[in-house]
Design a binder for this molecule. Structure first.
Ligand code: GDP
Length: 454
């Protein structure tokens, strides 16, 4: 079903009714946009799996694949040819790792999926933040090879941390790809064992059992990616990976909330005007609209709305687009600023309350602890000003008031003070603009959502 767009009672801008009607019509029967982030321990096979999936879905030309195969052979790294579909730069290839969050698209019967690739290498976690941020849903890849699943799942492994991370950023639907099953002879008992261990853990971090699907597969051989596998047919009746992705429930698009768009790229347009690219987090924008740039507090006029290089009349929550703005000076704009409705601007603040989940930290967090807050593409110095309550991880019940310290794997409500003010929303109002991560000394120590702006 297309997302419903009700007609607001308050006065509407010229052209808005038309735009809404067009939106309804276009979305009826169209594929639902879905942002997917792939997480999991290093070497669990994320790149190979997604590369193979793109290839199987016809997203990679035979010519390009041939090139990857020849090049990888030359370097003696044949097994990486499939992963190269995702790794764009030569530097990444030479090192055999995925460094940046690349974007790829593919389609299933009902979804148009934007794939945000999240590398598992420890050094590159900052890059993963931008992927996990925009995610509606996630695939957690685990390696079924004996000893490898265990290495990824135990302390120091990234399986738990990544699952916790996406959950604390608000992702509630998960597909677990139990990958590399070819290395254990497609053993049902191995799958059952891994599933049981993960199910227990995922419940603990707050995933509902009905929102998690386990898909046995091999990214290397391609089994059970888009077609049922003969290796599994004697005992497996569940979905293929593509079917599992297709079955994700469509995310809610906040078309009826005030207009908000994070600027993720700024460039000079062809005519006069500056192009600001990004994703609309809420509301809608029409050509000729006035938008307020925050926290700059300058008003600009939208000269043109562009999607996939084409000029359109309007764009809606969930759409990636570029707006050509007239008014502001290019030098005063920066990535991470927010374009919003001048009648209903986004709050700008230096203090807020948040519910956070603490990761695997060595030293307990006490009042006054300093961190770097990562929010979209914004990074700001911050202090945990007050520790208000320690709460139960999945129920949210208060366990302790004013805890003296917070230790690893606990959840809490805290007050955060920032060095410089940023645009922020509560998670309950606009989910996408109310989630953040906290890092310290190059390590992600917590992720959370904004509960109150102070
Ligand atoms: P990433 O770090 O999670 O992105 O993992 P890669 O996709 O780079 O894969 C790591 C290694 O595992 C590479 O040598 C792959 O060829 C290998 N690999 C990936 N998937 C499979 C699989 O399903 N079966 C087997 N046998 N090997 C795999």
């Amino acid at each position: 079903a297309p997302p419903s767009v009700s007609t607001p009672k308050v006065s509407m801008r010229k052209g808005e009714l038309d735009a809404r009607a067009r939106y309804q019509k276009e979305r009826a029967g169209a594929q639902v946009p879905l942002n997917l982030v792939v997480v999991g321990h290093v070497d669990s096979g994320k790149s190979t799996l997604m590369g193979h999936l793109l290839l199987a879905l016809g997203q990679v030309s035979a010519k390009l694949m041939h090139k990857y195969e020849t090049e990888s052979k030359k370097l003696g790294k044949q097994s990486f040819a499939l992963a190269w579909v995702l790794d764009e730069s030569a530097e990444e290839r030479e090192r055999g790792i995925t460094m940046d969050v690349g974007q790829h698209k593919f389609q299933t019967a009902s979804k148009c999926v934007t794939l945000l690739d999240a590398p598992g290498h420890k050094d590159f976690i900052p890059h993963m933040i931008s992927g996990a941020y925009q995610a509606d849903v996630s695939i957690l890849v685990v390696n079924a090879t004996r000893g490898e699943f265990e290495a990824g799942f135990e302390m120091g492994g990234q399986t738990r941390e990544h699952a916790l991370l996406v959950r604390s950023l608000g992702v509630s639907q998960l597909v677990v790809a139990v990958n590399k099953l070819d290395t254990v002879g497609w053993d049902l008992a191995r799958l059952a064992d891994i599933t049981a261990k993960l199910a227990h853990f995922l419940r603990q971090v707050g995933f509902k059992e009905s929102d998690v699907v386990y898909v046995p597969c091999s990214g290397f051989t391609g089994d059970n990616l888009i077609r049922p596998s003969p290796h599994l047919s004697s005992w497996y009746t569940g979905p293929t990976l593509v079917e599992a992705i297709d079955a994700f429930k469509p995310p809610e698009r906040l078309v009826d909330k005030p207009f908000r768009m994070f600027i993720s790229d700024i460039y000079k347009g062809q005519a006069s005007g500056i192009c600001c690219a990004g994703r609309i987090e809420s509301g809608l924008v029409l050509k000729e609209d006035k938008v307020l740039i925050m926290p700059l507090q300058e008003v600009a006029t939208v000269k043109s709305v562009q999607q996939d290089e084409l000029s359109v009349l309007s764009a809606f929550a969930g759409d990636h687009c570029s707006l050509v703005l007239v008014g502001p000076d290019q030098t005063s704009l920066a990535n991470g600023m927010v374009l919003c409705d001048p009648q209903n601007p986004i709050p700008v603040t230096k203090r807020f309350e948040a519910r956070i989940v603490i990761f695997n930290i060595d030293i307990p967090i006490t009042k006054g602890y300093t961190v770097v807050l990562h929010y979209g593409s914004v990074q700001v110095q911050a202090v945990l000003k007050r520790l208000l309550t320690q709460i139960h991880k999945s129920t949210g019940e208060v366990i302790k008031n004013k805890p003296r310290c917070l230790t690893k794997a606990c959840s809490a409500v805290v007050e955060v003070a920032l060095d410089t003010p940023i645009c922020l929303e509560t998670y309950s109002h606009i989910r996408e603009l109310g989630r953040f991560m906290l890092r310290n000394g190059g390590k992600t120590i917590a992720a959370g959502v904004v509960t109150k702006i102070l």
